[in-house]
Design a protein around this ligand. Structure first.
Ligand SMILES: CC(C)(COP(=O)(O)OP(=O)(O)OC[C@H]1O[C@@H](n2cnc3c(N)ncnc32)[C@H](O)[C@@H]1OP(=O)(O)O)[C@@H](O)C(=O)NCCC(=O)NCCS
Length: 201
């Protein structure tokens, strides 16, 4: 199948990023995160800055673009953070820059401090947004091809694979449906503002 002048054969050997969706009504896993994890939505600026090192200007820009933060604490220590965006999303490394329509969120820039990784904190923080933003119908998330740790956490949070972004020389980013929620690729490509190439067959 060929769309927008790009055929499957013309894609590079590997994608640059993988995309996932959780839509309200999708199943949610139980027992996420450590029992002693405390989640703080919309933390004060100094708390998120201490964890992430974001400058005042960077923090202000995130807020202007419709972002809110979450922090995870264990034993009083801030150990992880992440963001949910309701507005403009820029993913420079994938060449993506798009505006989220109402009812959609893009969750991004999660970090768990190295010594706290592997305890399910990341999926628990993602889940906090799903639980808190009850008016939101569609959550989206992505990761770079080589970030398998992020991919595993995303699946544990209940997200479903929708497809991949390929960087095609001379044509820019292309979305290719792939995964158990590949049926959502039309919506994903539209959201990202890039052409869709459906898998043949
Ligand atoms: C990706 C990241 C946020 C995951 O955080 P986390 O709280 O460790 O998430 P999880 O506990 O669900 O672990 C996810 C996967 O990380 C890997 N992992 C487990 N322990 C790990 C460790 N000590 N160090 C690195 N990775 C580890 C495993 O593959 C794990 O999946 P599995 O439990 O199915 O084996 C964290 O690795 C991180 O901060 N990475 C750097 C920043 C980044 O890549 N952020 C994601 C972009 S949004």
């Amino acid at each position: 199948m060929e769309q927008n002048g790009i055929s499957r054969e013309k894609l590079p050997p590997a994608p640059v990023g993988l995309f996932y969706a959780w839509w309200r009504g999708d199943a949610l896993p139980d027992n996420l995160g450590s029992a002693d994890l405390t989640i703080q939505l919309d933390p004060p600026a100094p708390d998120i800055q201490q964890l992430t090192g974001l400058s005042d200007a960077a923090l202000a820009e995130r807020r202007e673009h419709g972002n809110r933060a979450v922090i995870g604490h264990i034993g009083g220590e801030a150990v992880a953070s992440g963001w949910s965006c309701a507005g403009r999303v820029e993913i420079g490394e994938l060449g993506l820059d798009f505006q989220l329509p109402p009812g959609n969120r893009y969750v991004w820039d999660f970090v768990t401090l190295p010594e706290w990784r592997g305890r399910g904190i990341y999926p628990a923080l993602i889940r906090a947004f799903l639980d808190a933003e009850t008016e939101v119908e569609r959550f989206w998330v992505g990761h770079d091809l080589d970030n398998s740790a992020s991919g595993r956490g995303i699946i544990k949070a209940g997200f479903r694979a929708v497809g991949e972004v390929y960087a095609v020389e001379g044509a820019g980013p292309i979305f290719v449906a792939d995964g158990i929620a590949a049926g959502r690729a039309v919506e994903a490509a539209e959201l990202l503002g890039i052409p869709l190439l459906r898998e043949a067959g």
